[in-house]
Design a protein. Structure first.
Length: 231
């Protein structure tokens, strides 16, 4: 591949890496081979991916998020229940994957303690992207709980999907629906507590405290799962 390629260097390296990830994982061996085959200068490659294969794996994850968001933007979800819109977004994210082994290798990489925070941020970023795309306007503690619960649902669904051999991954979509139904049951319990006069009074103090938690401003979110701020 020459510098006349229409793809930017980051995408050229990623495309070349996909031929090696299944065999060598998101490793230095894969990264070095991809840089060489993409005909990108090592200095340029290091400036694009300072931590080499780890940053390349994270870039692969973000590309999947971008594909999901593009599909969401084109999809007609108006007649769907909100829980079905969330399920559709998670499904779109998984269907954006064209190499399941690359994801499997990624889960192995980010299971390592040194890279676990990177993996958690990547999953949180996916959940955040989904909620933003679906028009979430929460500005309090719900901003955090929505993303935390969806991160858990997404993580569990990915692990199930990796081992799913059913036709069209139908078992995965059924698993996803059950997990979202579980979350909806929790929301019904919360609503019941808030509508009960006795329990509502007992929760006055905790609710006040939780009310002091505000969602992070957008310009503060980059690279972070959120922040605590008073407005």
């Amino acid at each position: 591949m020459t510098d006349e390629s229409p793809l930017p260097p980051k995408d050229r390296i990623l495309d070349a890496a996909m031929m090696h990830v299944a065999f060598d994982g998101w490793s230095q061996t894969t990264f070095d081979a991809a840089v060489n085959e993409a005909d990108v200068d090592n200095t340029v490659a290091r400036s694009l991916f300072p931590r080499g294969p780890v940053d390349l794996a994270l870039y692969y994850h973000r590309k999947g998020d971008e594909a999901m968001l593009a599909r969401l933007a084109e999809a007609d979800l108006a007649d769907m229940r909100f829980r079905d819109r969330v399920a559709a977004a998670v499904r779109f994210r998984l269907e954006a994957v064209d190499d399941k082994e690359a994801v499997r290798r990624g889960t192995t990489l980010f299971a390592l303690p040194v890279y676990a925070p990177d993996g958690a941020r990547a999953i949180w970023g996916t959940a955040d992207a989904i909620w933003d795309a679906l028009g979430d306007t929460s500005d309090d503690v719900n901003w955090y709980t929505k993303r935390a619960t969806l991160s858990a649902v997404y993580s569990a669904t990915v692990l199930f999907w990796l081992g799913d051999q059913s036709e069209g991954h139908e078992a995965t979509w059924a698993f996803l629906d059950r997990r979202i139904d579980d979350i909806m049951q929790i929301e019904k319990i919360k609503a019941g507590v808030n509508n009960n006069p006795v329990l509502s009074r007992l929760m006055t103090g905790p609710n006040w405290l939780l009310g002091q938690i505000k969602a992070p401003q957008k310009f503060k979110r980059q690279g972070l799962p959120g922040s605590w701020s008073r407005r």
